[in-house]
Design a protein around this ligand. Sequence first.
Ligand SMILES: NC(=O)c1ncn([C@@H]2O[C@H](COP(=O)(O)O)[C@@H](O)[C@H]2O)c1NC=O
Length: 199
Amino acid sequence: MALFYPRTSMYIGRFIVVGPDVAAYRVSSRSFPNRKIIERDDVLTVVPTEDAESTDNPYVSYNCVRPGGDATVVGNGSHVDPVAEKLDMGYPARDALVTALFALDFEKDDYDTPRIAGVVGENEAVIGIVRRDALIVREVTEPTLVATYEHDAPIDYDFAVESAEEAARAVYDADFEHEVCAAGVVREGEASEWAIVNE
Ligand SMILES: NC(=O)c1ncn([C@@H]2O[C@H](COP(=O)(O)O)[C@@H](O)[C@H]2O)c1NC=O
């Protein structure tokens, strides 16, 4: 199977990598670089840093990693919450993603920015994106990347990591422009661990 090797100097916006027992999320941003990821209880949230200018953009602060049912959800916006809530209600991962992505749809900003999300459970990993022109949700058996811009359809991705720290570091250091912060999630049996990179 062909693997995707990133080109340098390319801006792909926010992106996730989802595979069996692993997930990662990177915030890349041209417009709102002053952000970080914080942990509150068992949820990871993207928030402005202390020196960020105030904004009324509704899409720049949100939960990006959250448990749902027996799984973990990653994503680039407020849809992470309804995906997790559907998993809590017993929906299959595919259905939770389809339902929440379809309900909230792409972001109504200047770019029609897509919503991206993934679910990593004990026996499956599922990735999804909703764009103006498409809704794609599919199970993955190898690490797979999807991004808000340029790579806005799931693509195989070379991602060999063994811990949440390595997962977060790998996406933060990936050769795409305007890295801001990142989170990584790794499952071991029924347990999940996560890690954050803010720099
Ligand atoms: N999730 C995020 O962290 C996020 N950051 C920025 N956006 C949206 O994407 C637009 C473009 O942002 P940028 O130029 O930083 O790629 C922003 O105006 C905002 O509407 C986001 N929405 C989705 O990715």
